[in-house]
Design a protein around this ligand. Structure first.
Ligand code: SER
Length: 319
């Protein structure tokens, strides 16, 4: 039987690219995209689109009853910097939204669900270098707290109700097809746009802030691979560490300057510095590697070439 996929939060940074990939595999008609509002990306005209606010249980019931999804990707969430500005709403959207979607998955007999966690589950007491899969989890951002609670909730729902939920801890995600919104790692996307448009960038993190990052192509592949993996391979039902590439703004700048020699960067750290400082620098993903074969493909050099090449093409089309 053909799968029926529901992507919640489809217009976001990950959702947009995931929907594009899923449409290729399953056909546009079998991928239902949903979000609180529709973006004007023509991608969403290739298949059904539903307006879905995850805080509206009636809307959730209607969408599930109408489309009867077999696989759900629940990506709707408020990222770290935005949630810090409105902690109550951050909690509500990230937690209540997840509770309702998980319950709907059980009620409507969904076969599998993917829910993303984040490196934000780690905190200042976590070992910062090559952070292991199982370690101290004492996040001090509201976003991290919701992600940690969500991880525990995933494991609980799997153990108690048999919900086949799969999850990975996304690092900062870098892609050229879609823009992030409200995250602490967003600088690593913005910098490419500014490098090409203005030749300079003012960074809101200091030059030495090393963070785990990943090219979007790797992130989407990880998402599809874990969701498609045989159940027997998924032994962790909270969330898996996955690693891509770690760098700081200085290192990223030096790599960009290999292609745009006049590119310059200045530093004006703001409130996001504190969030970044609480997160690890690099991630040990050996458990994901052993259990479901995870391996990233992009290193820093490849990531920079890919971002600049594709954004240049996009710019040429826009002109
Ligand atoms: N990229 C996210 C953020 O910065 C982390 O998961 O909030």
């Amino acid at each position: 039987m053909a799968e029926k996929i529901l992507v919640i939060g489809a217009c976001g940074q990950v959702g947009t690219e995931l929907v594009e990939n899923l449409q290729k595999v399953h056909g546009g008609a079998n991928v239902v995209a949903s979000d609180i509002r529709k973006s004007d990306n023509p991608l969403f005209d290739n298949g059904p689109f539903e307006i879905l606010d995850v805080l509206d249980n009636k809307q959730i019931a209607t969408v599930f009853a109408t489309h009867k999804p077999t696989i759900v990707y629940h990506l709707a969430a408020m990222l770290s910097a935005t949630a810090e500005a409105n902690p109550k709403l951050g909690w509500q959207l990230n937690m209540d939204g997840t509770f309702s979607i998980f319950d709907a998955c059980i009620e409507y007999d969904v076969k599998r669900i993917f829910w993303p966690s984040s490196i934000a589950v780690f905190g200042p007491t976590t070992p910062a270098i090559m952070t292991p899969q199982s370690t101290i989890l004492e996040p001090n951002t509201i976003y991290g707290i919701t992600k940690l609670a969500g991880e525990r909730y995933c494991e609980y729902y799997h153990a108690r109700y048999g919900l086949d939920v799969r999850s990975i801890r996304y690092p900062g995600l870098i892609g050229w097809k879609s823009l992030p919104g409200g995250g602490t790692t967003d600088y690593a996307v913005d910098i490419f746009h500014k490098a090409l448009h203005q030749g300079k960038y003012e960074c809101y993190l200091n030059n030495e802030t090393t963070l785990p990052m990943m090219h979007m192509e790797d992130a989407v592949r990880a998402t599809l691979e874990i969701t498609d993996a045989p159940t027997t391979q998924i032994k962790i039902r909270s969330s898996y560490n996955i690693a891509g590439v770690s760098f700081n703004p200085d290192q990223l700048t030096a790599e960009i300057q290999k292609h745009i020699p006049d590119f310059s960067i200045t530093y004006a750290p703001d409130h996001r510095q504190k969030i970044a400082d609480s997160w690890p620098q690099s991630i040990n993903d050996s458990v994901a590697n052993q259990q479901w074969g995870w391996n990233a493909k992009y290193n820093l050099e490849k990531l920079v070439v890919n971002m600049l090449d594709n954004l240049k093409l996009t710019l040429a089309v826009e002109k």
